[in-house]
Design a binder for this molecule. Sequence first.
Ligand code: COA
Length: 365
Amino acid sequence: MSTSTNERPLSGIASIGLHLPPLAMGVEELARLRGEDPDKFTIGLGCKAMSLCPPDYDVVELSVVAAERALSRWGGDRDRIGLLAVGTESALDMSRPLSAWVAERLGLQGSIRSYEVKHACYGGTLAVRQATEWRMAEANQGRAALVIAADVALYEQGDPGEATQGAGAVAMVIDEPEVALIEPHSFPWSEPVFDFWRPVGEAFPRVDGKLSLECYKRAAERCFRALVGQQDPEQVFADFTAFCFHVPFPKMVLKAVQRVGTFFRWDPERIATFFAEKVSPTMAWNRLSGNSYTASLWISVANALQGLQLGERVAAFSYGSGFGAELLTLKAGPKAISGAWEKDVVTDLANRQFVDAAAYCALRA
Ligand code: COA
């Protein structure tokens, strides 16, 4: 087992697998259906398309395909998996964890800690942190963790959030940091609020959109202030190749970047350049798949890590309504440069079928 200079085991992402479902709809088609100006969705929210699941295609299917891809890329023996954690807000049951459905399909049982993590869109990040800390604390006894962030994001038809729908899954084996080291120190911020929630028994979330946006921006400012601390902000920001955010819709990320930049007294031009160069490119896959709640940040991180040189750093801001946020920092490992997981997204995007408004209405009926 490799160790850091202070002899603590290094922990991080050993492999990544992604999966997007086989259907999608362009947001301009949704705008026509709802009688909205398409520019509201494309320019106002920054969205392009939303991934959709066919009937009988659910969060378990998304999770299993992503996990199989991550496991085959990792190449280790499945007996070495000692922890299975699934972050989701698309749970199938109030008691039985989603991980049980996933474990059944993957043939994982026995001496494994298997559980579901719920904290809105932050659940996947919490699962990643727990797996990382489990390994760093040497509670893993030499074994690896399989972490999955997976969701199907649907709003009530006609809801203002409908254009931000999506679905997807990211699976990561947490083991030797061959793709990326997850740095031990992270920067959390939480406040108890009702900005987005789904009462027990209700099919769709309730959202206070304005409050949600304000909380997201406040959390981002607090987390980045903690990252910078007493250091020179210019030096801290320059040390990162890319900045990934949870992406409910790309415009929300832009607004958070504006808030952070304003705190550090950047002028509007500096903020725009920073966003264009270090943030916007990481959302290329998010724009095509829509919001996938817990998976959303990790789709952006997977995009940012591909092709990085050893040691290049990426910052990852996670936000989950309710609310909890955390800023993680990652350092590229030797396998980042191959970007092998890009193939998953390219394949899924090439194979997916776009539905029109009539087919969408039939899907939602
Ligand atoms: N052309 C270009 N832009 C337009 C437009 C048009 N014709 N019409 C509206 N817009 C812009 C608005 O100006 C606004 O941009 P701004 O905020 O920069 O001013 C944006 O489009 C959205 O318009 P708005 O009227 O605020 O939308 P809405 O009230 O219908 O709300 C959401 C839509 C998506 C913002 C809201 O439903 C929401 O917040 N949803 C969920 C948020 C979420 O996911 N939270 C939980 C996790 S973080």
